[in-house]
Design a protein around this ligand. Structure first.
Ligand SMILES: NC(=O)c1ccc[n+]([C@@H]2O[C@H](COP(=O)([O-])OP(=O)(O)OC[C@H]3O[C@@H](n4cnc5c(N)ncnc54)[C@H](OP(=O)(O)O)[C@@H]3O)[C@@H](O)[C@H]2O)c1
Length: 328
């Protein structure tokens, strides 16, 4: 008899729908993971909302979710570096299920000190923030400005920059009430953008030089304001567009400062390239996860059959940290 599992599907109604489907078999290079917890990302809710059109005749169903943590249940040909029973966390398309198929290069071992729920909240933040720091050629001893730093991945970025030896981490929020959250994560300087001038405060904090690296999660005019706050030959990486995808930049700031500007979107990486980002996280960041210097901030944990409540919380933009689903 075919073994069955519960999985969450989007595309046919405004919320994810649980369905009983066969447990998949791992193909070449894949592992099958028995998930214990999965986490939400903004992209999940954007995909859910954009995939459902009540007026469209044809509705396309898809298996939802990107982030998971659990135990390896089976290994496909060519994935023998993994072992059945290993505790892993990772990223894949189709993670909201009791059994998750993933490329073996896209899973990471979970340190013993970390539980499944915390682990499920880590992969996107670890990969994105470390991938961005790597592309910015970040080195220990440098200064980092992180915009939208109270976002789930931004909080991981603050902790990671400190753990990897940043001498100064400047973090931005629009809300004075979230300053304590950023200080707790390790920010040395907090800029409350509803009231403080981002560029001037960052220049003041760096003796007028500007920061070495910017990790920008906000985009819009915040991205433009980061350019004159970056030192000559510094690096600005756009990660998110919480404040919008359009920005009018001052090309003088870009050119006179010889800035390196780039964007990243790890969800659109080739499998091999994403595997390299994962491998670098395992080598360079996992010790800081294991000893607690990097820990996800968890907003809430919801039952798998209450996933609609988790989606609504994400839509409401009220969460402080990651929203998690416990998998039965
Ligand atoms: N490049 C990649 O590979 C990649 C991967 C994952 C996520 N992302 C992107 O990174 C961003 C952060 O993702 P997340 O899931 O961590 O976000 P999140 O947790 O949902 O972020 C929530 C925070 O965003 C801030 N925010 C919301 N709207 C804003 C606005 N209009 N202007 C400035 N700040 C605003 C708020 O901070 P305050 O209230 O404190 O200001 C809020 O605490 C998103 O844009 C996401 O799409 C990119």
């Amino acid at each position: 008899m075919t073994a069955m599992m519960t999985a969450l599907f989007g595309g046919t109604t405004p919320q994810w729908q649980p369905r009983e489907v066969p447990v998949p078999e791992p193909g070449p290079g894949q592992v099958l993971v028995r998930a214990h917890a999965v986490s939400l990302n903004n992209a999940d809710v954007q995909q859910l909302d954009s995939s459902f059109d009540p007026d469209a005749g044809k509705k396309t169903e898809y298996l939802a979710g990107y982030e998971f943590a659990g135990d390896i249940a089976a290994i496909g040909p060519g994935a023998e570096t993994a072992r059945v029973g290993d505790r892993v966390m990772g990223t894949t398309q189709g993670a909201f299920a009791q059994y998750v198929l993933a490329d073996h290069r896209h899973v990471m071992p979970i340190p013993e000190s970390v539980g499944y729920e915390e682990a499920s909240a880590l992969p996107t933040g670890l990969l994105t923030e470390h991938g961005a720091l790597t592309r910015a050629r970040f080195n220990s001893g440098q200064s980092v400005l992180i915009t939208g730093a109270t976002s789930s991945i931004g909080l991981t970025g603050v902790q990671m920059a400190k753990a990897l030896g940043a001498t100064l981490v400047i973090a931005t929020t629009r809300s004075k009430a979230k300053e304590a959250l950023l200080r707790k994560a390790g920010a040395d300087t907090v800029i409350v953008t509803d009231g403080q001038d981002l560029m001037q405060t960052a220049l003041d904090a760096t003796g007028g030089e500007g920061v070495d690296v910017v990790l920008d999660h906000v985009g819009g005019q915040t991205f433009a304001n980061c350019l004159p706050a970056t030192r000559t030959d510094g690096h600005v990486v756009n990660i998110g567009r919480l404040g919008g995808p359009q920005s009018t930049i001052d090309l003088d700031a870009l050119s006179y400062r010889h800035l390196h500007v780039r964007g990243v979107s790890f969800g659109f990486s080739r499998p091999e390239a994403l595997g390299q980002v994962v491998a670098a996280v395992v080598d360079e960041v996992m010790p800081a996860v294991a000893d607690g210097r990097i820990r996800p901030v968890i907003d809430s944990i919801h039952a798998f059959d209450r996933a609609h409540e988790a989606a609504d919380r994400m839509r409401g933009h009220q969460a402080h940290g990651k929203i998690i689903l416990a998998v039965p």
